[in-house]
Design a protein. Structure first.
Ligand code: GRF
Length: 208
């Protein structure tokens, strides 16, 4: 019998545009019951996203807003906000979502959007972060789970994991090593959020 003290599950909506390996890592953790949360939807801008198959595999409802089919891109962003408000999630997770969220979306869900980024922010924000790190010749790379604010990859940092660049490693090896770490810290950041353990003070996240 469920305990009276069992935490109510938080409603999580995912935004993803591609492969969906982070989505899968999170859905697996949710299925194992390790997070007091439930996936209520995957929304994608890409009808070919592999993430759609992953969501279906885990019985998570999906919605496609095909970005390319919108002549007016502002209409895409308007529809997206409408859809998000309709689902009314307590947490939005961007897991390889390749569009920049408009300020209206961020303001509608303040400190309720978590992103996974493949660098040790604030280094290497933006696209192809692993390549940026590789080209810069850093000796330690990694990934960051953070809240989304109105800047690019600039919101309060929740968790980070480091990856040492070893002798003989290729850029591809590095990308794969970083991805493995992403699959650990994203579910953990979501777990902390769902357990109400994240507090933001002066732009910094405290985990209690
Ligand atoms: C990941 O490297 C993530 O950090 C970045 O986009 C990639 C998405 O991969 N934002 P996947 O779709 O989760 O496999």
């Amino acid at each position: 019998m469920a305990s009276l003290f069992t935490k109510r599950k938080k409603k999580i909506l995912f935004l993803a545009s591609g492969r969906g390996s982070n989505l899968k890592a999170v859905l697996q953790t949710l299925r194992n019951g390790k997070i007091p949360g439930q996936g209520i939807a995957l929304v994608t801008d890409n009808p070919e996203a592999k993430a759609l198959e992953i969501a279906a595999e885990f019985q998570v409802p999906t919605r496609v807003l095909d970005f390319r089919s919108f002549l007016e891109k502002s209409e895409y962003h308007r529809k997206l906000l409408e859809l998000l408000l309709e689902f009314s999630p307590e947490l939005i997770v961007t897991a390889g979502y390749m569009k920049i969220l408009k300020p209206e979306v961020i303001r509608a869900f303040p400190n309720r959007i978590i992103n996974i980024h493949p660098s040790l922010l604030p280094a290497f924000p933006g696209l192809a972060a692993q390549k940026q790190a590789w080209n810069a010749g850093v000796k330690i790379a990694g990934c960051t789970a953070h809240f989304v604010d109105e800047g690019v990859d600039s919101g309060p940092i929740i968790l980070q994991a480091a990856v040492k660049i070893k002798e003989g490693m290729s850029e591809r090896d590095l990308t794969l090593e970083i991805l493995k770490e992403e699959h650990k810290i994203l579910p953990l950041a979501i777990r902390y959020f769902c357990e109400d353990r994240l507090f933001i003070e002066n732009g910094k996240v405290n985990i209690r």
